[in-house]
Design a protein around this ligand. Structure first.
Ligand code: HGY
Ligand code: MN
Ligand code: MN
Ligand code: MN
Length: 399
């Protein structure tokens, strides 16, 4: 029988990023395609029927699709240079749980599926949970089709190349309506379980979070022939904005705000940039995120004006606070016994679905407390404890 650790081992070399470390696996690129192929083969070996929905999400059905389905799974794509567990742990644990339930002769009394959502990280097209947002209709299909990756390739083109019928991309209420319960197992992306001393936790909430693009425009010019007094350099207000993000985030309780990506154009060492784009990832519990972003935008506008630059701020994604389904959380607590509940600042497909169907999460301890980094880790004993817990609750949900 394949343990979760064994299944993770099977994909451990797919999409390794020699330059950044860790893994780079993005929607419809070669490594992610290899992971999809691996998943389909593994699921079919378990006798599951696999289909790709109109938005590129994979559905592996144990028995016939139908209403009130028990659905579990996560994603296989990563952030650039991401860890081995963020996403794949939920998918491999789901496959291992199905195998363990089959081995004990269990057969689901309800429709049952393992799902792999597309582009959860937004690592290629910039919008996180793109596959689950499309299915739930929480992103406009035309906007999604026009999303471009850093090379200018649109989601439409990449999806078409991967074989999707791109004219059908968009909300799929009939598929969403099949889900009776959704449960995502995920590696913890913080140190909560370290501090609680538990291998597994039940998800309680996901804090509000969004992404904003700040585009500063100035005058591209020669680094050596342009006197300082004659410059209109967008790198200056961009740099001041990065510093303002940290300063202003500290003014809000429990706020997290990050600039992880800053792209000067054209990007030459001896060239004053003509434009600089930076992306803000802001997350604050409750209704505060938009206020914090407005403060940051004001600081950015002031810095841009001082340098004679123009600035455009565009909201690229936003999700409000999510509280997972109360009854599902209670049931999970009853079935799993002394397992703590855990809030998270990380976004998940389960949080998108929570707006439409009863959804919940299980977390597995990460002894480094680090994620979105090659240092992300989970001990084999905790990985197997998580898969056992998942099998236990799936058996009860699907009985
Ligand atoms: O960004 C997040 O919170 C998630 O890992 N996609
Ligand atoms: Mn992630
Ligand atoms: Mn994830
Ligand atoms: Mn997720």
């Amino acid at each position: 029988m394949n343990s979760t650790t064994g299944l993770l081992g099977e994909i451990a070399d797919v999409g390794r990023d020699a330059k950044r470390g860790g893994y780079s696996r993005h929607a419809f690129d070669a490594p992610e395609h290899d992971l999809r192929t691996w998943f389909v083969e593994r699921a079919q070996r378990l006798g599951l029927d696999v289909e790709t929905d109109r938005n590129g999400n994979l559905w592996a059905w144990w028995g016939a699709p139908g209403p009130d389905a028990v659905v579990t799974g996560s994603h296989l794509d990563s952030v650039p240079g991401g860890g081995a567990f963020d996403g794949p742990l939920g998918v491999t644990s789901a496959l291992a749980a199905v195998e363990a339930l089959q081995a004990k002769g269990f057969r689901p009394a309800k429709p049952f599926a393992v799902v792999v959502f597309a582009e959860e990280e937004g690592g290629r097209f910039g919008v996180p949970c793109l596959g689950s947002r499309l299915m739930t209709g929480t992103i406009d299909a035309d906007r999604a089709r026009a999303l471009r990756d850093p090379d200018g390739v649109t989601f439409w083109e990449a999806a078409a190349k991967s074989g999707l019928d791109v004219d059908r991309i968009g909300a799929e209420p009939e598929r969403l309506g099949l889900i009776g319960r959704f449960l995502e197992l995920h590696v913890e992306q913080g140190r909560g379980l370290i501090d609680l001393g538990s291998a597994v936790a039940i998800g309680s909430t996901v804090i509000a979070h969004g992404r904003w693009r700040f585009s500063f425009s100035g005058q591209g010019n020669h680094a050596g022939a342009t006197l300082i007094a004659d410059r209109v350099d967008p790198m200056l207000p961009a740099a001041e904005t990065v510093v303002a993000v940290r300063r202003l985030a500290t003014t809000r309780a429990d706020a997290r705000a990050t600039v992880g990506r800053l792209v000067p154009t054209p990007g030459g060492t001896n060239v004053i940039a003509s434009t600089v784009d930076l992306w803000l990832d802001a997350r604050v519990p409750g209704p505060v995120t938009p206020e914090l972003v407005e403060d940051i935008s004001q600081a950015a506008r002031t810095a841009a004006e001082a340098e004679g630059c123009s600035l455009t701020v565009t909201r690229e994604s936003y999700s409000d606070d999510v509280v997972f389904d109360e009854k599902l959380r209670r049931d999970l607590g009853e079935w799993l016994g002394e397992v703590p509940e855990l809030p998270t600042g990380a976004g998940h497909d389960a949080a998108i679905l929570a707006g439409f169907v009863p959804a919940g999460m299980l977390y597995v301890r990460n002894p480094t407390g680090i994620s979105h980094s090659p240092e992300e880790f989970a001990e084999a004993a905790d990985v197997e404890a998580g898969a056992r817990a998942l099998a236990e609750v799936l058996e009860r949900l699907a009985a």
